[in-house]
Design a protein. Structure first.
Length: 256
């Protein structure tokens, strides 16, 4: 039977040595973390859909298809991102999860069915059916490839400190320090700690005074600063452009 590891919130821990957080206003951070990331995904999805249409037309022999029917295929680069938006694929996530694959496949299928239905209703036939089948396959492959490429680019940007979300940790004890160390060790999460919030921050071992003694039990100095009290969360989050808050143990009573 495996042993259960218990974390004492009042124990000591080595101070986290953290790299500098990326500039919130940098072009990399805007494109890969903030509003620009959604725009980048929409553009990549539309471009992948357009490429799928062009490749399918080039490799498929479809006699009897009129120019207007071909033109209707170019609604797919608009319909695919629209359906992905409806399915919630563009919602922000810390990581791009595999569970997003199912709504992506559904959105692409619905977009293809819309174009096929248009062909049947307006042009009185289904001449585009073989072509749309190829477009569906190519869109899935190209869109998945484009998203994997973007995810890899964002991961590398986070690892090299070019992108990330400013994060506050409530609680400067051993749990908060452990969280900060974990975020530093796994920068691909994109959460960059900017400081702790604690009413009774720990004392510095090296005498730098970044905290004070909690009774007679000194806690190691953290390189990450204690910015203030948890009661100042709203003001400090606004001042530092914080986008994420992580709750750890503090010296405050639970009732507060």
């Amino acid at each position: 039977m495996s042993a259960v590891t218990r974390i004492d919130p009042h124990a000591t821990a080595p101070p986290p040595i953290l790299p500098p957080a990326p500039s919130r206003g940098s072009a990399w951070n805007y494109a890969l973390e903030r509003e620009g990331w959604t725009s980048l995904l929409v553009f990549a999805d539309a471009l992948a859909s357009l490429a799928a249409v062009l490749v399918a037309i080039a490799i498929t022999d479809t006699p009897g298809v009129s120019g207007l029917e071909y033109a209707s295929l170019f609604a797919l680069p608009v319909a695919v991102p629209a359906m992905l938006h409806v399915r919630g694929v563009y919602r922000r996530r810390v990581r791009i999860a595999l569970r997003a694959l199912s709504p992506m496949l559904g959105a692409i299928s619905v977009a293809a069915m819309i174009v096929l239905t248009w062909d049947v209703v307006v042009f009185g036939g289904s001449n585009l059916a073989p072509l749309i089948g190829w477009i569906w396959v190519l869109t899935v492959v190209l869109l998945a490839g484009a998203r994997c490429g973007l995810a890899l680019a964002r991961r590398q940007a986070r690892i090299h400190g070019l992108a990330g979300k400013p994060t506050l940790i409530v609680g400067a004890g051993v749990v908060g320090a452990t969280i900060a160390q974990r975020l530093c060790a796994q920068p691909e999460y994109g959460l960059h700690p900017v400081g702790f919030l604690d009413d009774d921050p720990p004392v510095s071992r090296d005498g730098n005074g970044n905290g004070h003694t909690n009774g007679n039990s000194p806690v190691p100095h953290r390189v990450l600063p204690v910015l203030g009290s948890p009661s100042e969360l709203a003001e400090l989050a606004a001042a530092h452009g914080v986008e994420h808050v992580i709750l750890a143990f503090t010296s405050e009573p639970d009732q507060r």
